[in-house]
Write a protein that binds this ligand. Structure first.
Ligand SMILES: C[S@@+](CC[C@H](N)C(=O)[O-])C[C@H]1O[C@@H](n2cnc3c(N)ncnc32)[C@H](O)[C@@H]1O
Length: 311
């Protein structure tokens, strides 16, 4: 049986408090969006995966490898891996160095009214979105209630994701080839609607001490996120590398004047003794998450909410 997501167990007072309550209507949209009323399953037991497991057994799930599991997890998107002549073959390369001068030029900010059908809808930004499947899945589920922006520093990944947007005929999602460390603030500060969700999921770990400055979560990005997020808006972070998760966590925990972890405001949301969320609140796993879990890794997750009265 599917374990409930943390948000599925929220008391009704939680959702009913939003419209006229302490938090803004932006917050209401954001929480509803993460509350995922249309998807109560946890990410690790997608129907496709459960069905596959029942038919073939755990051995074959392992044999399917992460590529097979990703295909199952995202079956409803029905995307073709090798896409088109323009994009060509997408080879996953080792981490890029975002501090390289090549990546330090800010991207041009598009006219959001031309990008999205309704540029006033609440916006979710996924920083380091990789292939973009995760965000495409979110956008497809919420076509009328939210806009989605994926920022990715590897050009071909962003280009292929944008190609998929066209294939799926979605008007509420956009992918950009951008270094989030350089361009996040400019991009979101002129977005006409509220920024309600930011996700940073399994960012590149840059293990060596001398390379830690290349990690995407740096003070300047945290400052920008906290500044631009609407009151009640949420920040979801996760990593399969404890050191990376702790590094991100310490930077967001340090902003406790503006941010609180969701289990403080909503005690029914469960964390373990160390404060990591017990399950994935998004209803779908990212590709890196699938791969890491297949290898037996644990995913460390935190979900922050911007305090109301902080704009
Ligand atoms: C390990 S992958 C994780 C991808 C996806 N979030 C997932 O969980 O499957 C990290 C991604 O972040 C991208 N990335 C790294 N630094 C970035 C930056 N400064 N700005 C935008 N994207 C970045 C990488 O190119 C890579 O695709």
């Amino acid at each position: 049986m599917a374990a409930p997501t943390p948000f599925a167990s929220l008391p009704s007072s939680f959702t009913s408090r939003f419209p006229g309550g302490r938090l803004t209507s932006h917050a209401s949209l954001s929480v509803r969006h993460l509350h995922l009323p249309r998807c109560s399953r946890t990410a690790s037991c997608s129907p496709e995966r459960v069905e596959f497991k029942e038919r073939h057994g755990q051995g074959e799930v392992l044999a399917a490898g992460s590529k097979g599991l990703i295909a199952m997890e995202y079956a409803e998107l029905d995307l073709v891996d090798k896409v088109c002549y323009e994009v060509g073959h997408v080879r996953i390369r080792p981490h890029v160095n975002p501090l390289n001068s090549f990546f330090t030029v800010p991207v041009e900010v598009p006219d959001w009214n031309l990008v999205f059908k309704d540029a006033k809808l609440p916006l979710m930004v996924d920083i380091g979105c990789g292939s973009g499947r995760f965000l495409l899945w979110m956008a497809k589920r919420n076509t009328d209630t939210g806009n989605y922006l994926g920022l990715e520093i590897r050009h071909k990944l962003a280009k292929r994701a944008e190609h998929w947007v066209g294939e799926l005929g979605l008007h509420n999602i956009h992918f950009m080839y951008a270094n989030a460390m350089v361009s996040f603030q400019q991009l979101v500060s002129v977005y006409p609607g509220p920024l309600t969700t930011v996700s940073i999921l399994c960012p590149d770990p840059h293990f060596k001490n001398k390379h830690r400055k290349r990690r995407v979560v740096q003070k300047s990005l945290v400052d920008s996120i906290v500044k631009e997020l609407a009151p009640g808006g949420q920040i979801f972070i996760q990593s399969d590398v404890l050191d990376v998760a702790l590094d991100m966590r310490s930077q967001f925990d340090a902003r406790s004047k503006c941010l609180e972890h969701v289990n403080v405001s909503h005690p029914t949301i469960q964390c373990d003794e160390e404060g990591w969320l017990l399950s994935n609140p998004m209803g779908i796993r990212t590709e890196r998450e699938i791969h890491a879990e297949l290898e037996g890794a644990r995913i460390y997750r935190r979900l922050y909410q911007k305090r109301s009265g902080n704009s």
